[in-house]
Design a protein. Structure first.
Length: 257
């Protein structure tokens, strides 16, 4: 699978009939098994780009094409938003299997896959709990499992950890890195937090401006599996410095205290 974003432009009409151009000439290819993170200032169009790739927004110009698909039966994308949208009346297991039910997957297969995903995301023992009974980090694990359950060609994540406290956020970065390394799933990941992007990604796309454009793309050559200690390595710090230089912003504005 390759997700090819070809010269995307997106404009919106304001209430006064003027036109707001959100994205301008965005081109990007995401390869099979690649983790691509997108960073940039608020308002540069990161989430708009993700919503276009997800099929939730149309383009004004350009297109998104999925090439070399392994199967016509797989959904193209699945999305994890900051607002998790777990169904409060369904157990964690039932939340995870919801998409499979919609796909008419047989009950026995749903149960087997749910068990595997619950194990993968570290929620064993919480299968029959309801969302209100879980912490923020555990809810995020459930949302990730639900997105993975439908076996998408590309998993999209929009600021998924931004509402979590610092320690849980670091734990979830480690957890998501492990899930990626275990599954080989392709990811498009939106974040304003540059250290998170460098820790997780194979490539970091830097967006900026209004309308939003791709300023540059930085390949991250850090060994996997990645552990917390890599964040104090000279190579990691060099990537942070390079990206900060590219965005021409103060470190505090991009997620570093």
């Amino acid at each position: 699978m390759r997700a090819v974003i070809n010269h995307i432009c997106k404009s919106f009409e304001n209430p006064d009939k003027t036109v707001f151009e959100a994205l301008q000439n965005i081109s990007l290819t995401i390869s099979e098994g690649e983790f691509v993170a997108v960073v940039g200032r608020s308002g540069c169009g990161k989430s708009t780009l993700l919503n276009i790739v997800a099929g939730l927004l149309s383009t004004t110009e350009g297109e998104v094409v999925f090439e070399d698909l392994a199967s016509d039966d797989r959904p193209l994308t699945s999305v994890v938003f900051q607002d998790l949208a777990l169904f409060p009346w369904r157990s964690i297991k039932k939340n995870i299997t919801y998409g499979l039910e919609e796909q008419k997957v047989p009950s026995r297969m749903r149960e087997t896959l749910a068990g595997e995903l619950i194990e993968l995301v570290g929620l064993k023992g919480f299968e029959e709990h309801y969302p209100h009974q879980l912490s923020g980090g555990m809810k995020q694990r459930a949302a990730i499992a639900r997105a993975l359950a439908v076996n998408p060609e590309l998993l999209l994540m929009d600021e998924p950890f931004s509402a979590l406290d610092a320690q849980i956020r670091m734990d979830m970065q480690l957890e998501l890195s492990r899930i990626y390394e275990t599954t080989g799933q392709s990811f498009l990941y939106i974040t304003h937090y540059i250290p998170e992007a460098v820790f997780l990604a194979d490539r970091v796309v830097i967006m900026g401006g209004r309308p939003g454009k791709i300023q540059s793309i930085v390949s991250i050559d850090l060994p996997r599996p990645r552990e917390e200690k890599v964040k104090v390595s000279p190579e990691f710090v060099d990537y942070l410095d390079r990206i900060w230089s590219e965005v021409r912003g103060k470190p505090q504005e991009f997620g570093v205290d």
